[in-house]
Design a binder for this molecule. Sequence first.
Ligand SMILES: Nc1ncnc2c1ncn2[C@@H]1O[C@H](COP(=O)(O)OP(=O)(O)O)[C@@H](O)[C@H]1O
Ligand SMILES: [Mg+2]
Length: 229
Amino acid sequence: MSESPLIQVRNLSKTFVRGEAEIHVLQGMSLDIARGEFVALMGASGSGKTTLLNLLGGLDGSDGGQIIVDGQVISELDGDQLSDWRAHTVGFIFQLYNLLPVLRAVENVELPLALFGLGKRERRQRALAALGLVGLNDRSDHYPGELSGGQEQRVAIARALVTDPTFLLADEPTGDLDPKSAGEILDLLGRLHRELGKTILMVTHSHEAAARADRIIHLEAGRVAQGVS
Ligand SMILES: Nc1ncnc2c1ncn2[C@@H]1O[C@H](COP(=O)(O)OP(=O)(O)O)[C@@H](O)[C@H]1O
Ligand SMILES: [Mg+2]
């Protein structure tokens, strides 16, 4: 079944209610992402990019429509199944890294393996291997506060990779970095895509960053904008 898209979004809708106001963030969104594809997601602030990523990663539920990953309809999973699915399927990369400051780099990278039933030694080996993939073997004992922003983001990418997830979701991963560090993070994501065949969906405001992707999806008024790609 490798011919069918890895991710199928069908007529997805999401509305937030705040007091009297209803915000219709996603309004019948449909899109496909192929296995191994690197896709950039662009759109004005507030256009629903983060909301879409949260739904794709099973962090939040939709009001209508479907997300199908590898033939699995995500909304049909119950709470425990969804946690398990998320742990095995999705790697998250955030703008502000979200590392735990009291843990060393290698300990941060080990965290997502908690649900995998591995022994301590194997967890450590896998975390060190992931740090190797992002070129940070020599920083494994450092605390986040002892690393540059670019290095923190590489630790966060190692944390996203350590479970060997089916796809990576990156929400403005270079949004808080200087141009040089941002370029290095984009080089790294490109390498994970080309050399390891990772499927990546990356939100960005930068046209330069988006140009690294195979394809650009533009969000507009809660839908995929037509006529641009
Ligand atoms: N938990 C929430 N409660 C209420 N409104 C929300 C919530 N999350 C997002 N929104 C609103 O949904 C819209 C889309 O937000 P978001 O997906 O974060 O946009 P983007 O990432 O494209 O900037 C915004 O108007 C935002 O204020
Ligand atoms: Mg956002």
